[in-house]
Design a protein around this ligand. Structure first.
Ligand code: NAD
Length: 322
């Protein structure tokens, strides 16, 4: 396992990071004991970056991760988020107000059984006007950093043009981009990569399997990718199968080879998936197969969906149901 600097934070993070969305049953109900074992296995095997949010499973993921980290908190860099929530019935709630942020932090600290969050991120900033992020949310996060309640300030989101715009106007420590650097889409690097490197901002690349799309099993029901992208992913899966390799293996290798990312976050609430993703680190990538997959993927390359309010959409995004 390689450990890489998270921008200018002074923190070294494992190249492979643990994404805890699936601990909140976001990809189907899990066995909680197995989820806990997956966290322990990841720590034992050198993974030190853990990402969660109150949104995942309507706080379930934070509660499960907090319990699993008992006695192990000081072995990990713990990242969580603020501003995006859902209620028990799954209805979405956004609250990036200063008071809302302070209350959410206290609740996250309690659920995670800790007194400091290492990386605290405004969660999916595309859902609110960017002025609220600039004028209220980020100033509150920087104040919490000065107060010592959080160590670093980050933003997360899908539209990479929006992330770049916010990065250029602020001094965030980290950016988490999801589903924008994988076999079908590399716009994270094309739009944002150089800016982040120049400014020394830690890049967290999440969803290297494009939220389950780049696996033999396929995506969850709620996956927002347009139909042509879904169909293409199935074609890639069949092509890999014909070569005796699972699509997820080469998809992980491709994402992990992205040198600008400090860590790559994958969901792994089963020990088997932790082991699988760790073993990928030691296997050389089949470059011929990669070229074939990239050629097959070319007609849909960098196709992205619309996420958040229309002012924040990426210029080339298409509606989700097309
Ligand atoms: P992902 O691309 O990591 O895919 C997860 C799915 O792939 C799960 O069903 C998992 O069981 C399966 N999987 C994992 N390893 C596998 C393997 N080797 N072979 C086959 N299947 C495998 O998507 P994700 O979980 O959404 O993203 C990873 C993490 O990134 C999240 O848990 C979360 O922490 C973070 N994230 C953050 C945001 C945000 O902040 N807006 C958005 C997306 C993801």
């Amino acid at each position: 396992m390689k450990y890489l600097p998270l921008g200018k934070t002074g923190v070294q993070v494992s190249q492979l990071g643990y994404g805890a969305a699936s601990l909140g049953d976001e990809y189907g109900a899990i066995d909680p004991a197995e989820g806990e074992r997956s966290v322990h296995c990841a720590i034992d095997r050198g993974i030190n970056y853990f990402d969660v949010a109150p949104y995942y499973g309507a706080t379930l993921a934070e509660r499960r991760l907090g319990a699993a980290l008992a006695g192990k908190r000081n072995q990990v860099i713990l990242a969580t988020k603020v501003g995006r929530y859902k209620d028990d019935r799954g209805a979405e709630i956004f609250d990036f107000s200063s008071a809302g942020i302070r209350q959410s932090l206290e609740e996250s600290l309690q659920r995670l059984a800790t007194d400091v969050i290492d990386v605290y991120q405004a969660h999916d900033i595309e859902f609110v006007p960017r002025q609220q992020i600039l004028d209220e949310a980020l100033p509150t996060l920087f104040q919490l950093k000065r107060e010592g309640k959080i160590r670093f300030v980050g933003i997360t989101g899908y539209p990479v043009h929006l992330l770049r715009d916010i990065v250029e106007q602020t001094h965030v420590d980290t950016v988490l981009s999801y589903s924008r650097y994988h076999l079908l889409d590399t716009s994270l690097d094309e739009v944002l990569g150089e800016t982040l490197e120049r400014r020394g901002i830690g890049l967290i690349n999440a969803s290297p399997l494009n939220m389950g799309l780049l696996t033999a099993k396929g995506p969850p029901e709620w996956h927002p990718a347009p139909v042509n992208v879904r169909v293409k992913a199935r074609e890639l899966a069949r092509h890999c199968e014909s070569r005796g390799i699972e699509l997820s293996t080469i998809a992980m290798q491709f994402a992990l080879s992205y040198s600008r990312a400090a860590t790559t976050l994958v969901g792994m609430s089963r020990v088997r998936n932790v082991e699988r993703n760790l073993s990928v680190l030691d296997e050389p990538m089949d470059e011929t197969l990669l070229d074939e997959l990239r050629q097959l993927a070319a007609p849909v390359a960098n196709t992205c969906w619309q996420e958040g309010i229309s002012d924040n959409h990426d210029p080339r995004s298409v509606p989700q149901n097309s």
